[in-house]
Ligand binder design. Structure first.
Ligand code: ADP
Ligand code: MG
Length: 378
């Protein structure tokens, strides 16, 4: 299918097709820049990139979402030189070239069934799929975690988004039926069994379709609070504070808001550890209350939820979910809910009704089987 579209746009068959999935974080929010722990899964929804090499160093990008073909010269790429969405594939080409990989010019066609701007990391998926396409076209092998590190630099320095490494790692390194336990301080990865369907459960992901409000400013403010607190506590990052040491740490902070920010980060890291222990023990249902505690912490201490997220979570819980929380950076995006498979329809119907009652935009559910990381399709 994408090969035919590629031929319509570029007048020849692609040399290959690659894919990289979106992700949803199960637990561990706003812990990444505190050198904490995160636990994402890859989604079945993904970015697909069909590509063909060009010997002349010319780059030509097209998206099935429409718009013109956007062109650039590989040798002339500098941050800011390619605008709009094509900054992502251009950024992938730029970082590979900057890092000494012998990539060539190329034609790339991007297709996707991943909602954009919903907090499911279509940006990282687009970077990852573009990077493995450009490498694959030249037969260059690079380890998945190294591709993740490279494209994070592209998202930071080419696209200009100050994102952490979780999204790219998830898109590159997740495996089917597992969550990816990523310790940012240790830079270590572990695959944790997470297969709700095998246990008669479902993980629901619901895009609450809230307009993102002041996200960049709020994000910067939360980061600053965490840095200020770490400095006052005399530690390099908040990861250095354990739950056992939390009360002592809080007593040494004079600002009430900063105290709550710290309490979220420290307890959230502990919740990730507890969730991983429960999953390793096969006690998936017991993970639900940790999701809910995480949401309460983000609502009351970190203050990154919005009414749509709170209504979706409260409604899911009232309709029988084992646990629910907002996921992602906050101020919009998605919630996740762990439910008995038999309760899937009733929980989704309850959220839809609650949104209608509140006059919110109808929410949009997304299927969320833990899926495989990026790969070549053909
Ligand atoms: P998220 O990563 O949560 O989806 P971002 O704002 O970080 O949201 O990234 C979304 C951007 O990624 C879009 O505005 C667009 O520039 C780019 N993008 C994602 N998917 C596609 C696609 N299929 N075609 C073209 N651009 C895309
Ligand atoms: Mg993004």
């Amino acid at each position: 299918m994408i090969a035919e579209k590629f031929e319509q746009v570029f007048g020849r068959r692609p040399d290959g097709v690659w894919r990289a999935p979106g992700r949803v974080n199960l637990i561990g929010e706003h812990t990444d820049y505190n050198d904490g722990l995160v636990l994402p899964i890859a989604l079945p929804q993904q970015i697909v990139v069909a590509g063909a090499a060009r010997p002349d160093g010319r780059l030509r990008f097209a998206s099935t979402q429409g718009g013109d073909v956007i062109e650039a010269d590989l040798a002339a790429l500098t941050p800011g030189s390619v605008p709009d969405w094509a900054a992502y594939p251009a950024g992938a080409a730029w970082i590979l070239r900057e890092s000494g990989y012998d990539v060539s010019g190329a034609e790339l066609l991007v297709d996707s069934d991943l909602p954009t701007g919903a907090g499911l990391s279509s940006s990282a998926a687009l970077l990852c799929a573009s990077a493995i396409a450009l490498l694959g076209l030249r037969g260059i092998e690079v380890a998945p975690d190294e591709v993740a590190r490279l494209v994070q630099k592209a998202e930071n320095n080419y696209v200009g988004a100050p994102v952490g490494l979780m999204d790219q790692m998830a898109s590159m390194c997740c495996t089917k039926g597992h969550a990816l336990y990523f310790d940012i301080q240790e830079m270590s990865l572990a695959q944790i069994p997470f297969d709700p369907a095998a246990d008669g459960l479902r993980l629901l992901v619901v895009d609450v379709k809230a307009p993102h409000r002041h996200v960049d400013g709020e994000y910067a403010e939360r980061r600053r609070s965490c840095e200020t607190a770490a400095a006052q506590l005399g530690v390099p990052v908040l990861r250095a504070i354990s739950v056992d040491g939390l009360d002592d740490a809080l007593a040494r902070l004079d600002d009430e808001v900063v105290r709550r920010r710290v309490r979220h980060v420290v307890t959230e890291v502990a919740r990730v550890e507890q969730a991983v222990e429960l999953m390793r023990a096969g006690r998936l249902r017991d993970v639900g209350p940790l999701f809910t505690a995480s949401h309460v912490s983000m609502r009351d201490d970190f203050e990154i939820t919005v009414p749509e997220l709170d209504v979706a979570v409260d409604t899911a819980l009232a309709a029988g979910a084992l646990g629910a929380r907002m996921t992602g950076g906050g101020f919009g995006g998605c919630i996740i809910a762990l439910v008995e498979a038999s309760a899937t329809e009733s929980v989704l119907a309850a959220i839809e009704k609650a949104f209608a009652d509140h006059g919110f935009t109808p929410p949009s559910p997304i299927s969320a089987d833990p899926s495989a990381g990026a790969s070549r399709i053909s």
